[in-house]
Design a protein around this ligand. Structure first.
Ligand SMILES: *[C@@H]1O[C@H](CO)[C@@H](O)[C@H](O)[C@H]1NC(C)=O
Ligand SMILES: *[C@@H]1O[C@H](CO)[C@@H](O)[C@H](O)[C@H]1NC(C)=O
Ligand SMILES: *[C@@H]1O[C@H](CO)[C@@H](O)[C@H](O)[C@H]1NC(C)=O
Length: 268
């Protein structure tokens, strides 16, 4: 009698694990021929009626942001989600502009520099799959504390350094970051921490790791990505609330970005 409860729990737990395994395998299968499937999806994307804006406000050296990009956001490209998602990356985060105009990045000057590199990547490589790959490479190095080796990502991904270098060395880099600073400062409601994820205009707050479920809720039936169909089964079996690590702003005085921002960048 007393054992019947735990037995059922065990069976249910095994069932959930099996569902998770089958999900992982589905994702791996898609990923193994990702360039072909992604190209097809990009073509269909423009004929599809509606897309969902998925926006990530982050800063390049925040470990939780790096982990989110490397391990979670990549699901957009490992599944058919990209067919309905307009992915936007906004590398600025908790950076503040001092009264003398210089930028103070939460993780120091190296972060200011890599935010610029990533802003330039978004600009110089407008295909989301391409700039995401590059940024994910840098964030992967960050997780290993090798972010000073970010230039190795050009070689490892077979990308030419020219366009990004040109952007970094020109005034364009500063302009791009000023735009991101302005956009971040005008979030309504304001961001409380990074990574700060929005699905359309909805901030996911500390539930950001469940972004796929929020996207699937918005998408209309006939365009439902495959990943959303399997998610229905999944969310019924696993109701575990995940702990979402975040990087809060320091308690220092926050100088808001003026409207519009004309500040010069400080030391990079
Ligand atoms: C990937 O897809 C393309 C086009 O559908 C196909 O020609 C190619 O053989 C596939 N490659 C692999 C490794 O499955
Ligand atoms: C600007 O202000 C910041 C913070 O107050 C300070 O660390 C920095 O040295 C100043 N830079 C210049 C060029 O005065
Ligand atoms: C999505 O973002 C674009 C700009 O990139 C904007 O024009 C559009 O209104 C946004 N859509 C929604 C539903 O928020």
């Amino acid at each position: 009698m007393a054992s019947s409860g735990p037995t059922w729990e065990l069976i249910l737990a095994c069932f959930s694990v099996l569902l998770l395994i089958s999900q992982t395998e589905a994702a791996t299968t898609l990923d193994s021929n990702s360039s072909a499937s992604i190209n097809t999806l990009f073509k269909s994307r423009h004929s599809a009626g509606d897309t969902v804006n998925l926006s990530l406000y982050y800063e390049s050296l925040c470990p939780y942001c790096a982990s989110f990009i490397v391990n979670q956001l990549v699901k957009v490209f490992q599944s058919d989600l990209i067919s309905v998602v307009n992915l936007r990356l906004i590398p600025w985060g908790n950076t503040i502009i001092a009264s003398n105009g210089s930028w103070i990045c939460q993780h120091g000057p190296d972060e200011c520099h890599l935010d610029i590199v990533e802003a330039c990547a978004i600009n110089a490589l407008p295909n989301p799959e391409t700039h995401f790959k590059f940024i994910r490479c840098i964030e992967g190095l960050r997780l290993k504390n090798l972010n000073n080796k970010w230039e190795s990502c050009f070689g490892s991904l077979g990308l030419s350094a020219g366009p990004i270098r040109k952007c970094i060395d020109s005034g364009l880099a500063i302009k791009l970051e000023e735009r991101f600073a302005y956009e971040t400062a005008h979030l309504s409601p304001p961001h409380k921490f990074v990574p700060w994820v929005l699905v359309n205009n909805l901030p996911l707050q500390d539930d950001y790791q469940n972004f796929v479920a929020y996207i699937c809720k918005i998408i209309k039936g006939n365009q439902l990505p495959q990943v959303c169909k399997s998610l229905v089964v999944w969310s019924n079996s696993a109701s575990a609330v995940t702990y979402n690590p975040v990087s809060t702003m320091n308690s220092r005085n926050t100088t808001t970005v003026s409207d519009p921002p004309f500040q010069q960048a400080g030391k990079l």
